[in-house]
Design a protein around this ligand. Structure first.
Ligand SMILES: Nc1ncnc2c1ncn2[C@@H]1O[C@H](COP(=O)(O)OP(=O)(O)OP(=O)(O)O)[C@@H](O)[C@H]1O
Length: 800
């Protein structure tokens, strides 16, 4: 490296000169754009200014990175946390640029704006001649290699799989990747390529992360603290490598580090503080300018100076208004960024650069000229940007590439396959849920105790003996024989008071009382008919007190007691050669049109349960997928590598589709084949609707994933949405039982129409031509499209 031949005094003199010399014409290096310069003086003020501005714009594009008047804040506009404040930065092609600054000063934010991860609030950035994020700029994409501060690697991948993943995204073929991998393994002293990343030490993981950035030999390397946790020997060899790759002038490196002294090896150093650059010079110039032995001391000096300065002086300190020596050295790269006589500009704080002078002049005195020229300038700059994409044979016109889809799909499947918990969640959980549902829901309760008081036995608590035939004795006993012994357990009590007390204390679900002349009164009631007196009617009644606190049990006992009386009376009439129909109420329930005479609650709930299981499993799987990747920095890394939100969503849709098919098959096989849930309709349509509901759940999961920053918020949202959806979708109770307003809301939910549709197919056997059926499909598809659109929009907005 070549030292500056100028003394600090001389440099300061030159600094004063730059301040007092507004034109600073002499400082302009020879441009390689003669056309623009040629018109500078020939067409008067406006043309002159326009040409100068264009020249500046053109020049910015010639640097590897050029940041102008960058402002960036986090948080709301009302309470902004300003991170970048009128920052200018110029990184010449073929140089190493060391970005130094205290923790939290905004280095990572600046880098993420440069790689197109974030957008500035105002200001401009040119990277390799284009604007990050513009079509065909290659940024984000394969022109840049990015090593973020966090490890940002897939722990479940081996080193080789990691390289394959990023290599495919960058459009490399497998043999190329393997070749490069071997080099990187040796160069970075990495362990076996088959080791899982999660099993590597912290330092090894950082080196793998570094290897990923180097993988495709990009034009621009952006390294956020690559040497943390790396031993001094390897650190030196990393720096040697960076110096080596920048030597031929085609590669540029921007590197941040907390080891300030190692940055001496950079060609240019940007010292950053409070969102501004305090200096942007070669390390040697900085040292000699400030007469400090170490860069750390220079940084301290500058920081103190900034701290002490009034706001007016701040702008002077803010060398963001500089032409950096790096930029002035243009594209000649033999000796990248040193103070040379040839460059004509020396010094640190010559804040009145040509470019800024033009801007200042425009603001101060030449507003009108500016307005005339700005439109033309914008047009020409737009024209320059339009050239970015070139012809459509390049990747920039494609929605996706084979390599990217291959990488993303392999990543999704591998992550699932290698995670036992996830595999169990995907396949064991739905089966378990179906089994539990079929065993626990819809069956009649059994073993319900009933307190019986039969005064026909004169207070004795003896049990009834079996009896039949046409005899009219102990009819109370005969009735009790018809009770379903499976569901009702008869417990005898001596008097009504103790029986009722048993119900009150929860020992029985109800009490049954037969008066002492129940048989006689019942016979008299039958024989006398309308002649029967009030007392006869009263004595012939079986008195029942039920515990109706449990509706299901209460209603079932009520139903069973009535059916038992019908059976008892019919058997007695039959035994006495009478028509048993006389015992029935005069309503004849014929064979139902749909369903059975003894409908099961399971059959009612099963369709909703099938869809709920598939829907919410998909929500659970996807709602955290993107968040975990985002929190680990993986999403950022993939985005910087050129993967789009569309590609990420699309790859998840395909992965989830495969998973969904497996889940649907398991759920339906267990529901229908194993537990015998009725399926009268076309099983093909049942399968299609179930898979569509799974996809719908997945898309809802994407929305949650895109909206929520933290996993716990995603879990809260997913769980929070579960109950309202379940309750309002007619899964466990008919929609017809809801208040009118809720009914409308219910119809708008993703599960309601689908549940009605599936129920119609399973229990009624209806086909797809029935409105109730096809509306389930239509509403599901509409929800899928809606959720996907929302996710894409949110992801795109959040990328900014
Ligand atoms: N996503 C974010 N939302 C809100 N504030 C943020 C976000 N990211 C960073 N910040 C804030 O912006 C400031 C600059 O952060 P940044 O990560 O850019 O600093 P840095 O110089 O890279 O720090 P370090 O050297 O410790 O990595 C910090 O105050 C940080 O708290």
């Amino acid at each position: 490296m070549r030292e500056s031949a100028l003394t600090p005094t001389r440099q300061r003199e030159m600094f004063s000169w730059t301040v007092s010399s507004p034109s600073s014409e002499g400082t302009m290096p020879p441009t390689t754009e003669p056309d623009l310069v040629a018109t500078e003086t020939s067409n008067g003020g406006a043309n002159h200014l326009q040409t100068r501005t264009l020249s500046a714009a053109w020049n910015r594009r010639q640097n590897a990175v050029c940041v102008r008047h960058a402002f960036k804040h986090y948080g709301s506009n009302k309470k902004p946390n300003v991170v970048l404040s009128n920052l200018n930065m110029t990184v010449a092609k073929g140089t190493i640029y060391g970005l130094l600054g205290a923790s939290g000063c905004g280095k990572t934010t600046l880098l993420s704006c440069i790689v197109g991860r974030r957008r500035l609030n105002t200001g401009e950035i040119w990277v390799l001649g284009g604007k990050p994020g513009s079509r065909g700029s290659g940024i984000p994409g394969k022109r840049v290699g990015y090593m973020p501060q966090e490890i940002a690697l897939y722990g479940e991948f081996t080193i080789k799989e990691t390289m394959m993943y990023f290599g495919w995204i960058f459009g490399m073929d497998s043999s190329e990747i393997m070749e490069r991998l071997q080099f990187l393994l040796n160069f970075l002293d990495l362990p076996s390529q088959n080791r899982l990343v999660k099993n590597l030490s912290g330092g090894q993981q950082r080196r793998v992360s570094f290897a990923v950035a180097l993988m495709h030999d990009p034009e621009l390397l952006i390294l956020d603290e690559p040497t943390v946790g790396v031993d001094p020997l390897l650190r030196q060899s990393i720096w040697n490598h960076l110096v080596q790759i920048t030597k031929d002038g085609n590669k540029t490196v921007i590197i941040t580090t907390h080891y300030i002294e190692e940055a001496r090896q950079a060609h240019t150093i940007g010292l950053m503080r409070n969102g501004r650059l305090l200096a942007e010079e070669s390390p040697h110039v900085l040292l000699s300018m400030y007469g400090c032995p170490t860069l750390e001391e220079v940084f301290l000096k500058l920081s103190r100076k900034q701290g002490n300065s009034s706001s007016a002086n701040l702008s002077e300190l803010n060398v963001s208004n500089n032409i950096s020596l790096a930029s002035l050295n243009w594209n000649r790269k033999d000796d990248p960024v040193y103070v040379t006589d040839e460059s004509g500009v020396i010094g640190l704080n010559f804040h009145q650069s040509k470019e800024v002078l033009i801007t200042d002049s425009i603001n101060g005195h030449l507003d009108t000229l500016h307005s005339k020229t700005s439109k033309a300038t914008t047009k020409i700059e737009e024209a320059l940007d339009c050239d970015d994409c070139g012809d459509c044979a390049s990747d920039c016109c494609k929605i996706t590439t084979k390599g990217k889809m291959r990488a993303l799909l392999q990543k999704n499947f591998l992550r699932m396959w290698r995670n036992v918990g996830v595999m169990l969640f995907i396949f064991a959980l739905p089966v378990m849920q179906v089994i539990l549902f079929c065993l626990a829901i819809g069956r009649d309760p059994t073993g319900l105790k009933m307190a019986i008081v039969n005064h026909e036995f004169n207070g004795t608590q003896r049990e009834c003996l079996p009896m039949d035939g046409c005899n009219f004795v102990d009819l109370g006993c005969r009735y009790l024989q018809h009770l379903n012994n499976n569901s009702i357990v008869q417990v005898y009590y001596p008097d009504p008071e103790t029986a009722l007390e048993a119900v009150r204390v929860g020992d029985a679900w109800g009490a049954l009382y037969f008066t002492e002349n129940f048989t006689d009164a019942l016979v008299a009631r039958m024989v006398l008919g309308k002649e029967a007196d009030e007392e006869t009617l009263d004595q012939s009644e079986i008195r029942v007190w039920l515990d109706m606190s449990n509706q299901q049990i209460g209603l079932m006992l009520n139903r069973d007691l009535q059916f038992s009386y019908r059976d008892f009376a019919q058997s007695l009439l039959s035994a006495c050669d009478q028509n048993p129909k006389l015992a029935d109420v005069p309503i004849q329930f014929r064979e139902p049109i749909y369903g059975s005479t003894d409908p099961s609650f399971t059959d009612f709930v099963a369709p909703g349960v099938i869809l709920t299981i598939v829907f919410f499993l998909a929500v659970a799987l996807t709602s955290s997928a993107l968040i975990i990747e985002r929190m680990e920095g993986l999403l950022d890394r993939s985005w910087v590598a050129g993967v789009t939100p569309f590609e990420i969503l699309f790859s998840h849709v395909i992965t989830q589709f495969v998973v969904m098919c497996g889940q649907t098959a398991l759920v339906l096989v267990f529901m229908i084949a194993v537990f015998g849930v009725e399926c009268k309709g076309d099983i093909g349509w049942v399968v299609v609707l179930t898979i569509l509901q799974g996809l719908c759940g997945m898309c809802f999961g994407f929305v949650i994933s895109a909206v929520c920053e933290l996993e716990r918020n995603a879990i809260q949202l997913a769980l929070g949405s579960f109950y309202p959806t379940l309750l309002l979708s007619g899964v466990i109770w008919p929609v017809e039982g809801m208040p009118t307003v809720l009914r409308y809301i219910s119809q708008g939910l993703p599960l309601t129409m689908a549940t009605t549709s599936l129920r119609s197919m399973l229990t009624r056997g209806w086909g797809i031509d029935e409105p109730d059926v096809y509306m389930g499909f239509v509403s599901t598809i509409i929800w899928i499209v809606l959720f996907l659109t929302i996710s894409l929009i949110v992801l795109k907005v959040k990328r900014g």
